[in-house]
Design a protein around this ligand. Structure first.
Ligand code: WTA
Length: 654
C-alpha cells in the first residue's frame, strides 16, 4: 500500500479561522459548563475508561448489574458483561411509570398537516400491545424483523416493541426499491415485515406495501406482514400472511413486561454501504448502545426536560435510530417526527414546524442546509425561530459557508452549532462540541466525546503532525460500537480492524489543528456520500453491469454544490449497442429500480474503454479527476493503455 493518501481532499489547504465561544447564558445552564470541565471529564475517561462508562451506565435502569465493564479481545468486545437491561424499558417505561407519564414522548406531523401527540403513558400502552402482536405472530427473542415504513409514530412503536422482546429489528429505508429490500430481508432471513400502505412525500404517495409485495416474491423466510394504515389507499392483503395493524392491535392484550435482556443480546441490524457491491449488516447490541446513545444525546444536545427536539433524519438511517428514537427517549425528551419533504408545500416547511411546535433543538444534514440556502433567505425570514437554542449537523462534512448560514439565518447568531461526526458503525456521536464547553469553528466537529479516543494517523498507524491529513482511527473500544457484520465476521475484522492493528479504521480522512480540533475531510475509500446518504460506488456498478446492454461500469463521486457528492458513471456498452441519450435515461431508471432513487447516477458517460492498471484494476482516481474537473493531471504511469485517456476525454458528458 502506498504511503501517500490517494484522496486529493486530504492535502486540501482550506483553513478557517473563525471561532465562536459558547454563549455565557447557554454555558451557565449546560450539563458541561466550560472547557476546563470538559477537559477534566475527558481526562478522567482516559485515566479510568471503565470507571467513566460504569458511572454513565448507572444512570440507566438495569434488571441485574454487570459483573465486568469491559472484555476486549480485539476486535471482539463485550460491554457490561453479565448485565441485564431492556432499552425499551429505559426509553419508555421509566418515564411512563415515573413523573413524565403525561409528557409528550412523540410529537408527529404528517405531510398533509395532521398532528399527533403520544404521551409516554400512551407510548407505553401502544408498545406493549404491539409487542404482544409480535408475540402472537410467533416472533421471539433473536428473530429478525424487517421494518419498511414511512416516518410515523408506528415506526418508533415497531422498533421499541422489538427491543422490548429482544427481536432484532432491521429497518430498511423507505426510499429503497424492491431489489434492495430483497437483499436485506434475505441476508438476515427475516421472519416478518412491518410496513404501511403508503407514505406522503412531496404530495405524492409512496406505495410501500406494493413494494413489499414485489419483494416478498423472492423472500421465503417471511411468514407475516403487518400493515399500518396511513394513507387509506388500496392495497392487496394476502390471506394468512398479511395483517392490518389496527385489527391485530384491537385484539392484543394490554400488558407485556419488558424482557430482561443480556447486555450483549443483539438489538438491531442496519445495512450500510461499504467498498464492495454487497451492503453490510452492522449488528448493534443492547447495553453498550443504550448507554452511549443516552449520554451522547444528553451531552451533545445538552438535553433539558422542557426541550422539544427535532432530528430530520429518517429512521431508516442510523441517525434516526440513535437520535430520533433511542437516545432522545431515554432522556425523557419529546422527539418530533415529520413525515414528508422539507419543501412541501413550500420551502419554509421546516421553519414553520419549528415555530408551530416551539422546537428548541434542531438536528439536520448539511445537504438540507445547502438546499435551504438555494431556496432563499426569505423562507426562514418569514418565521420567528425564537424557540431554538441549539443547532446540530450530521452526515457529511459541512462547508464553512453552510455552517455560517445555519448559524446566522436559522440560529439568529444566538444558538451554538454542533457538527457531529459519527457512523452507522459507531452507533453514537463520537466527535462533536459539547455546546456549553467547547468553542466552535465553522466546518470542524471539534473534540472527541469523553470516552472516545480518536486519532489521525498515517497508513502505517503513526500519528500525523498537527495540521496534516491522515486516517481517522479509534484507539480504544467504545460501548456503542457495532459488534460485527451479520453473517460475516471476517469482513468485519478485515474491513475495520486489520489495516492498523488494534485500531478501528473509520474510512474517513481528517486532520487535527493546533487546538486539538478535528476537521473531517471525507471518505478515503470507494464510498461516496450523496446528500448525506452513504453509497458504495461498487453497489451502483453492480447494478449497472446487471443491465443487459452494459459491458463494464465504473462509478465515482464528484463534488456537487447541493448534494455534497454526485454520482458519475462511466459505462462501456456490449458490442452491438449504440450510445444514445435514451440509453442514458434507461440506465438511470434501471439503477433507480435496482437500488432506489438515491443511487440514480447524475452523469452517465459512455466510453469505449476504462482506464486500468496492468493488473486490471480500474483507476478510479483518474475517473474522479475527470468527473470533477474535466481533466486528468495526476500520475498516469501505472496506466496500461495510454490511449484510453484520449478516448475518455472524448466520452460525451451526461
Ligand atoms: C460521513 C451517519 C464529516 C463520514 C451518522 C462517515 C461526516 C459517514 C459527518 C457515515 C460529519 C457523518 N462530518 N463527515 N459531521 N457525519 N459523516 O454511516 O464520511 O450513514 O464515515 O452515519 O458519513 O455515514 P453513516
Amino acid at each position: 500500500m502506498s504511503t501517500t493518501l490517494h484522496d486529493p481532499n486530504l492535502s486540501s489547504t482550506l483553513r478557517e479561522h473563525r471561532v465562536f465561544a459558547p454563549p455565557p447564558e447557554f454555558a451557565a445552564k449546560a450539563h458541561v459548563k466550560s472547557l476546563e470541565e470538559y477537559e477534566a471529564l475527558y481526562q478522567r475517561s482516559l485515566d479510568d475508561p471503565e470507571g467513566y462508562w460504569a458511572d454513565v451506565a448507572r444512570e440507566l435502569h438495569w434488571f441485574t448489574p454487570w459483573t465486568k465493564v469491559l472484555e476486549w479481545n480485539p476486535p471482539w468486545v463485550k460491554w457490561f458483561v453479565g448485565g441485564k437491561i431492556n432499552l425499551c424499558y429505559n426509553a419508555v417505561d421509566r418515564h411512563a411509570l415515573g413523573g413524565r407519564k403525561d409528557k409528550t414522548a412523540i410529537l408527529w406531523e404528517g405531510e398533509p398537516g395532521e398532528v399527533r401527540r403520544l404521551s409516554f403513558a400512551e407510548l407505553h400502552a401502544e408498545v406493549q400491545k404491539f409487542a404482544n402482536v409480535l408475540k402472537g405472530l410467533g416472533i421471539k427473542k433473536g428473530d429478525r424483523v424487517a421494518i419498511y415504513m414511512g416516518m410515523t409514530p408506528e415506526l418508533a412503536i415497531a422498533l421499541l416493541a422489538c427491543a422490548r422482546l429482544g427481536a432484532i429489528h432491521s429497518v430498511i429505508f423507505g426510499g429503497f426499491a424492491a431489489h434492495a429490500l430483497v437483499d436485506r430481508i434475505n441476508d438476515a432471513a427475516c421472519c416478518a415485515v412491518i410496513t404501511q400502505d403508503g407514505s406522503w412525500r412531496r404530495g405524492q404517495e409512496v406505495h410501500l406495501k406494493a413494494i413489499v409485495d414485489e419483494a416478498l416474491e423472492k423472500c421465503s423466510s417471511v411468514k407475516s406482514v403487518v400493515v399500518y394504515r396511513r394513507t387509506g389507499s388500496e392495497v392487496t392483503m394476502r390471506k394468512g400472511r398479511d395483517h392490518w395493524w389496527h385489527e391485530v392491535m384491537a385484539k392484543a392484550a394490554p400488558e407485556c413486561p419488558a424482557e430482561p435482556l443480556d447486555s450483549e443480546d443483539p438489538l438491531y441490524i442496519l445495512y450500510t454501504s461499504g467498498t464492495t457491491g454487497k451492503p453490510k449488516g452492522l449488528v448493534h447490541t443492547t447495553g453498550g448502545y443504550a448507554v452511549q446513545t443516552y449520554i451522547s444525546s444528553k451531552l451533545v444536545f445538552d438535553l433539558r426536560d422542557e426541550d422539544v427536539y427535532w432530528c430530520t433524519a429518517d429512521v431508516g438511517w442510523v441517525t434516526g435510530h440513535s437520535y430520533v428514537v433511542y437516545g432522545i427517549l431515554q432522556n425523557g425528551v419529546t422527539t418530533l417526527m415529520y413525515e414528508g419533504a422539507p419543501n412541501y408545500p413550500e420551502p419554509d416547511r421546516m421553519w414553520k414546524i419549528i415555530d408551530d411546535h416551539k422546537v428548541s433543538v434542531f438536528y439536520t444534514a448539511p445537504t438540507a442546509i445547502r438546499a435551504c440556502i438555494k431556496w432563499g433567505d426569505q423562507y426562514p425570514q418569514r418565521h420567528k425561530l425564537d424557540s431554538l437554542r441549539l443547532l446540530g449537523s450530521v452526515g457529511e462534512p459541512i462547508n464553512p459557508e453552510a455552517w455560517m448560514w445555519y448559524r446566522e439565518k436559522i440560529g439568529r447568531s444566538k444558538c451554538p452549532v454542533v457538527d457531529t461526526w459519527w457512523q452507522t458503525e459507531t452507533g453514537s456521536i463520537m466527535i462533536a462540541p459539547l455546546p456549553g464547553a467547547i468553542p466552535t469553528k465553522p466546518g470542524s466537529a471539534t473534540r472527541p466525546l469523553p470516552g472516545v479516543v480518536a486519532e489521525v494517523v498515517t497508513r502505517g498507524g503513526q500519528p500525523v503532525p498537527v495540521g496534516s491529513g491522515g486516517l481517522l482511527v479509534m484507539r480504544r473500544p467504545w460501548p456503542s460500537m457495532a459488534r460485527t457484520i451479520y453473517n460475516d465476521p471476517e469482513r468485519y475484522q478485515s474491513q475495520y480492524w486489520s489495516a492498523i492493528p488494534g485500531s478501528y479504521l473509520s474510512g474517513d480522512g481528517a486532520r487535527i489543528d493546533q487546538d486539538g480540533d478535528f476537521w473531517l475531510m471525507g471518505r478515503v475509500d470507494d464510498v461516496i456520500n450523496v446528500s448525506g446518504h452513504r453509497l458504495g460506488t461498487m453497489e451502483v456498478e453492480s447494478a449497472l453491469v446487471a443491465h443487459p446492454k452494459v459491458a463494464e461500469a465504473a462509478v465515482v463521486g464528484r463534488p456537487d454544490e447541493l448534494k455534497g457528492q454526485a454520482i458519475a458513471a462511466f459505462v462501456t456498452l456490449e458490442g452491438s449497442q449504440k450510445p444514445t441519450p435514451e440509453l442514458k435515461q434507461e440506465l438511470r431508471a434501471w439503477v433507480t429500480q435496482q437500488i432506489g432513487a438515491l443511487a440514480r447516477p447524475d452523469d452517465v458517460r459512455f466510453t469505449q474503454a476504462l482506464p486500468k492498471t496492468r493488473s486490471g484494476k480500474i483507476m478510479r482516481r483518474l475517473l474522479r479527476e475527470l468527473a470533477s474537473s474535466g481533466e486528468i493531471k495526476g500520475d498516469i504511469s501505472t496506466l496500461e493503455d495510454f490511449s484510453v485517456i484520449a478516448r475518455l476525454r472524448e466520452s460525451d458528458e451526461g
